[in-house]
Design a protein around this ligand. Structure first.
Ligand SMILES: Cc1cc2nc3c(=O)[nH]c(=O)nc-3n(C[C@H](O)[C@H](O)[C@H](O)COP(=O)(O)O)c2cc1C
Length: 171
């Protein structure tokens, strides 16, 4: 059981990738897992756009300065979220699917990083023909990892865990 917990803790954002593209079947395997994320009323408002067209990928890499990992990544997945299918919780539902996707990719030995898309919604809609009732919430850069980053620092448990009331420390 501890191995499972260590596996969850060992995921890192990967921003450097080897050139060889992972087989499409691996990406589909990870997306298949992402579909099992929880969503409000089981609405599953997510759609996954797999992007491996180099020109399109380069355009995605230019949406903002922190999107550059998309240029090196041989494949990316845009997660678009249907507001009409889960009006209150679409953002949460899709975030859940993205985390499942990141962990599934990690389990397959692939590296990935979540690239912010929320400041570039219209640009991405136009680029990828996403309809107006869906919001592209993230672009996930994916490939075989070419770096082994140290874990980023985490706030200590004592700062983030309370007992019964906010501010009442448990630890
Ligand atoms: C909503 C969200 C947006 C993010 N946007 C970017 C981004 O645009 N570019 C990037 O390189 N990393 C991005 N990240 C990755 C975070 O920087 C990373 O998850 C955080 O530093 C913790 O590192 P770790 O994932 O290795 O644990 C984003 C993560 C989240 C959850």
């Amino acid at each position: 059981m501890d191995d499972h917990l260590e596996f969850l803790k060992s995921r890192r954002s990967i921003r450097r990738f080897k050139r060889d593209p992972p087989p499409l079947e691996m990406i589909l395997k990870a997306i298949d897992v992402a579909r099992y994320a929880p969503s409000a009323r089981n609405s599953q408002p997510w759609r996954f756009i797999v992007v491996n067209d180099p020109l399109l990928k380069d355009r995605l890499a230019e949406i903002h300065p922190w999107a550059r990992p998309l240029k090196e990544a041989p494949v990316s997945v845009v997660v678009a979220c249907h507001v009409d299918e889960s009006p209150t919780s679409y953002m949460l539902d899709c975030a859940n699917a993205i985390i499942y996707l990141l962990l599934a990719l990690h389990a397959l030995g692939l590296g990935a990083v979540w690239i912010q898309a929320l400041r570039n919604v219209e640009e991405l809609r136009t680029l990828l023909n996403i309809p107006n009732n869906a919001i592209p919430v993230a672009v996930i850069a994916i490939g075989y990892p070419d770096e082994k980053p140290e874990p980023r620092p985490r706030r200590p448990m004592s700062e983030v865990v309370f007992l019964n009331k906010y501010g009442h420390r448990l630890i």
